[in-house]
Design a protein around this ligand. Sequence first.
Ligand code: FAD
Length: 349
Amino acid sequence: MKANECKGIFVFTEIQDHEKILDGALELLSKGRELASKLNEKLYAVVFGLNVEQYLPKIESFGPDVIIHNKETKDPQTLKHYNCEIFPDMWEELIKKYLPSIVLFPATEAGTDLSARLAQRFATGLTAHCSDLEIDDLEDYGTNLLIMKRPAFSGNLSASIICPDKRPQMATIQQGVFKQQPVENPQKPEYIAIECKHQLEKLRIVNVESPTRYQRECVPLERSNLIVAGGRGMGSKGNFEKLFNLANLIDAEVGATRVPVFNEWCDQERMIGQTGKVVKPDLYINFGISGQIQHTTSIRESKRIISINTDPKAKINDISDYIINEDAVSFIEALIKRIQQEKKQFCEK
Ligand SMILES: Cc1cc2nc3c(=O)[nH]c(=O)nc-3n(C[C@H](O)[C@H](O)[C@H](O)COP(=O)(O)OP(=O)(O)OC[C@H]3O[C@@H](n4cnc5c(N)ncnc54)[C@H](O)[C@@H]3O)c2cc1C
């Protein structure tokens, strides 16, 4: 698709567990609203799901100009879950019809799958896991370009990526990067209801079982105000477990770098960073984390950071409010003991 033919911003308004709009989708609608106003173009919220009408009032409050949603399907299961045969076909038709200039997706399993398939179908560029989006003019490349920012070269620099010639310009964005900003007195959007032509029984890929995210362990790290996180310096799965003991005592969530996740000391849902979650707690206490950019990029908005590390020159110290040069495991054991004692004394009073 040619740049001069395309206008408008589409947002994949993903439904989480067929019962709520994904927070990351609402964040993207907010950012999409800002970008669309800057471009003076329309913002489209595109939402497919089961009983989709229930989500429309909330979507309206984020100020899209147009909401495109599915009509109810004969078999309610058809759009209940993201399906990699159905959704890309429906989206392809929409993009061909409405020619959006920009398409934004939350960096979830569904968003990642859908965006990659559409990028291939339209032979256009896709920037994954962006940390910021802007509109700007660039000499030699064009006007009103989407500037997609993300860490590059092992996080040693922040790259600004553009897709000057092909359309749509597409990006996936991690949850928690942008704020949810409902619009005051939003205008009534135009509604477009589309038919889903697919029938489940004719698909090659069948969902035998689709566990919801709630049935899997769901770790609300993005909304947690107190996080205790561990890295390679925790040394073993057994030691990493101590973070859970501490978290239970102080009502915290446990986070991790990529190392504990790859070592199977904890599950993927707990990974914080460029390819994990973005967190903004009041207090982020970390144990044995070096502070590589792929991790720190997603903890920078924490109000306070306390770092426990044996290396006084660890990079994490540069963004820490308090630095403790100690062995992480001995420190956490002593901390747990102290909190237990304090709690006991408090209860005895
Ligand atoms: C494309 C890409 C994406 C990535 N995405 C992510 C991501 O989303 N999240 C992420 O976290 N990483 C990510 N990484 C990996 C990242 O680059 C780092 O490798 C990782 O964050 C390092 O984890 P760490 O701090 O646990 O380990 P290390 O860097 O090995 O640091 C371990 C730290 O523990 C300290 N230590 C050792 N022993 C002790 C002890 N006994 N007590 C106290 N301290 C001790 C050491 O001094 C050191 O500072 C990504 C990498 C790439 C290339």
